[in-house]
Design a protein around this ligand. Structure first.
Ligand code: ZN
Length: 437
């Protein structure tokens, strides 16, 4: 097992150049750099200002040895060449547990004017009218993921996206779990849609999952069939659930703005939603899957959270800035964490977020929830995401992200306040290592 690649932005290039001397470098398009040596090993020794182990307190001035993909804290030994990175912290690898890379060509979020169906219409219009192919947009998103130090991503894939040759230099980065999206309100078409979603070629480097899109776009019976298929194939599922008040109304009463939306598309039938249906009905079905990611869960109630707490194979992916973009009620992520639910972070797509940088989600939460334990906050964006996507590794051989700390911190204050320095608004990810599977 060696470290397969090492990526960082141009800004961080000089300081890293001599850290792992003698290794082949591949310059990917735009700003990211991927390097590995001839036999795919990445060995070296660095001293960093802070090392944040996955399950322990931060260690100041840590000397870290990367050998065969395993990171070890070692005693500083002047006889061994060590690269000193005085302004850098090493944290467990950042994970973006939910996004839609095929929408990464958007330069800014699509406007939300108070109506969720209107926002969906904007997304559909963008897909129809854009000049770039979905695959070009996907590659643009992947580059952004790499450049922001993210080691793994849960991506919702639309079938037919792979219609152009892709940039081989980004094939290896980051770890990707591609959830094939299924939209189907007609139970009779369910199996056909599932087979179509699975028929598309799967890249060797991408792990496969299935995604019934959302309760308003996939019939409950089709969700059941998708979960049956996920069980047969031992793959995870991801579903947008309890995202809006309109969704709850649709499930409960078969009315509201989403019902009007489906009628306007000509796909409404009176028997689509059994009166009194709740998100819990979907949670029960999803819980049968080997692993399930509940995307958003903005309006899950106490009973739902209790159910999730009793099903450790399920995770909730909270997308903080996207949540803020839609003016929802307060997200129950703290309540979920307190009850032991695995909560991971996602950016969602650029249709509802200005970027795909999951570190910005952490800083966003830190600013608004300064009393939350900082270690727990870091876990949301790292270890919890790895667990949600199934990329969990032994603690010392996990993937790592390098954070460039803001320059004004004095050595004295930094030694006392690792978390303040890490979560400073100017601290930013500059690189990552991804171990070979
Ligand atoms: Zn989404």
């Amino acid at each position: 097992m060696g470290i397969e690649q090492f990526t960082f932005s141009c800004d961080g290039f000089r300081s890293w150049e001599s850290a792992f001397a003698g290794q082949k470098m591949i310059f990917a398009p735009q700003k990211s750099v991927i390097r590995s040596n001839a036999d795919d090993r990445m060995d070296g020794r660095v001293q960093v200002r802070w090392y944040f182990p996955p399950d322990n307190d931060p260690i100041p001035n840590a000397t870290l040895e990367f050998q065969n993909g395993v990171l070890t804290v070692v005693d500083s030994d002047s006889a061994i060449p060590t690269q000193h990175l005085t302004n850098t912290a090493v944290i467990p690898g950042l994970v973006n547990a939910h996004t839609h890379l095929e929408l990464s060509d958007l330069s800014e979020p699509l406007p939300f004017t108070g109506s969720f169906p209107d926002w969906i219409r904007e997304v559909v219009r963008h897909r129809r009218e854009r000049k770039q192919s979905p695959n070009e947009a996907l590659m643009q998103g992947l580059r952004e993921i790499v450049e922001t130090g993210t080691v793994a991503v849960g991506d919702i894939e639309q079938v037919g996206d792979e219609d152009h040759p892709v940039d081989q230099s980004l094939r290896v980065a980051p770890r990707r779990l591609g959830f094939r999206e299924i939209i189907c309100l007609n139970p009779d078409d369910g199996q056909k849609k599932i087979e179509a979603a699975l028929a598309a070629e799967c890249e060797e480097k991408i792990q496969l999952g299935l995604s019934p899109h959302a309760p308003y776009s996939v019939h409950l019976e089709v969700v059941q069939k998708i979960v049956d298929e996920a069980i047969r194939r031992s793959v995870p599922v991801a579903m947008h659930l309890a995202e809006t008040r309109a969704e709850l109304e649709l499930l409960q009463t078969g009315s509201g703005e989403l019902a009007t939306f489906l009628k306007s598309l000509g796909i409404w039938r009176d028997d689509l939603f059994r009166p009194g249906t709740r998100p819990l009905d979907y949670l029960r079905i999803l819980s049968r899957a080997p692993r399930a990611l509940v995307i958003h869960g903005n309006y899950l109630d106490d009973e739902d959270v209790d159910f999730l707490a009793g099903n450790p194979q399920m995770s909730v992916v909270y997308c903080p800035r996207t949540h803020a973009c839609f003016d929802h009620q307060t997200h129950p992520w703290l309540q979920m964490m307190n009850r032991g639910v695995n909560v991971a972070l996602g950016t969602d797509s650029r249709a509802s977020n200005p970027d795909l940088n999951v570190w910005n989600e952490v800083l966003f939460l830190r600013e608004r929830f300064s009393d939350v334990c900082p270690k727990a906050l870091l876990q949301l964006a790292t270890i919890n995401g790895q667990k949600a996507l199934g990329f969990v590794r032994a603690s010392n051989s996990t993937d790592w992200t390098f954070i460039e700390l803001h320059e004004t911190a004095s050595e004295a204050s930094a030694a006392k306040r690792p978390w303040e320095e890490l979560f400073h608004r100017d601290s930013r990810p500059v690189g990552s290592t991804v171990s070979r599977r």
